[in-house]
Write a protein that binds this ligand. Sequence first.
Ligand SMILES: Cc1ncc(COP(=O)(O)O)c(C=O)c1O
Length: 559
Amino acid sequence: MASTCLDMSFLGNICCNNWSFRPCTRLTPCISQERNSLLLRKNKNYTSSVGYNGAPLTEISCVPSAAASSSELPPLVNALKASAEENAASFHFPGHNRGQAAPSSLTQLIGAKLFLYDLPELPELDNLFSPEGPIFEAQKQAARLFGASETWFLVGGSTCGIHAAIMATCSPGDTLILPRNSHISAISAMVLSGALPKYIVPEYDFNWDVAGGITPSQVNDAIKELEMEGRKAAALLVVSPTYHGICSNMDEICHICHSYNIPIIVDEAHGAHLGFHPELPSSSLSQGADLAVQSTHKVLCSLTQSSMLHMQGNLVDRERISKSLQMLQSSSPSYLLLASLDAARAQLSENREAIFDKAIDLALEARSLISKIPGISILEFPSFSSFFQIDPLRLTIGVWQLGLSGFEADDILCNDFGVVCELVGTKSFTLAFNLGTQRDHVLRLVAGLKHLSQTSHFPQPAKDEGKNVNHFVCLDDIRISMSPREAFFATKRKVSIRDSLGEICGELVCPYPPGIPVLIPGEIITEEALNYLLEIRSKGAVITGAADFSLSSFVVCVT
Ligand SMILES: Cc1ncc(COP(=O)(O)O)c(C=O)c1O
């Protein structure tokens, strides 16, 4: 690996005509601009014209970008540019050798240039796990922008950030309070950390088949219930905003938890943009969260899989976060992903006051146009109390009055109008607006919805808007027999559904909708759970997580 190459600094900087010798000592935090531009000029003479597999390399030649000079580039983007532009005789990974041997099936699609920048942990690119140079600077600038005391760049998505946040706050046997409909990464984090769950069942709107957030009083009750059992939560995890853009009252929740010295982790995978426009809800950090995990790749513009973990305050041990991340992430992180985080941060910083103006205007225009279409509903405020705020850039559209399911409407919109949604449910589908949303696409969406409305043959009476039910009988009596960790490692066997009653569930069984798991590994399979699952499956719910999604059998733990 390049970062472990021999220290030959005793030879000094030897520069001949055709190559530059780069000593393998760690660079000081700032990459020298002079050195970069010198190399740039020299290297222009030495670009070969044909790659290993015959692919022309003109595309990947070291042409300085006209768009921005090096000094204007974000730190890690700048370092990547300078490193890629060196006239290196490269004997390091990855094997495509800076694009020389890039597979042609992919270069036909995207060109070879991307491969030129797909570099490993070269000394001048810094080390994600002990940053001192451009990664350190890029993370520092991100922390400043998002209001954190420290920010970590992630190459394993928010999934990895949630794992690290829970591992940093919960030791084996500790209790984590979390919503029952948390992302699967929170459940796997309990397998990794050995934490025990204390679930909060979120409110749920039957009209929409949509689950909400959690309320401050639910958090308070959970803390009190644990106290009565002689336990204290090691952390609280909140999902805010949810996939549907529903935000919980983080301000009050943080206030409650901090009065007990309980750190708050926010799964803010869907909220990296929060706080960057007056119409957007505030970020969880600005409301007091200790850790916030954001999928920068979801609403902001970094590459898929790149995310950030932000921290503030002193309730969480920063060293434990760093150690957990080192354990969980690849030792060969992609510098394209890392640089894309730096670039997304810079894009936001350059115009933080107005960057979301167009997206918000388009979302408001879409709402206004769609609200006039007969038979179409838009998820607005509030049909349940946890509906504290909603992200205006997440538009959930109900089609049940047209006699259509969300899946059917999605098919028509996709096949006949080329409109592709983010999330589809039984009664609705959800659209994500972002910095790239185009007005003609909004108009195409509106045309598609008008078509659905006009061609609907079975108009249904409007549902009872505002009705909500916060009661799942099957979740009234959750009995945990093994921790998620014990259940994960337990020997498993398959039993018929008839024989599963009273057994310890070995898999996560989650009907969709509502996307709230009915059984989580380690829980006793109760009659209520079985009845509920069979009933909603007969109504068309898709059962996710179970190996046998027809539900004729269950995987259970052998005790
Ligand atoms: C609520 C929530 N949390 C976490 C994640 C995981 O995010 P990532 O895809 O960045 O790993 C997702 C993914 O969709 C999610 O919806």
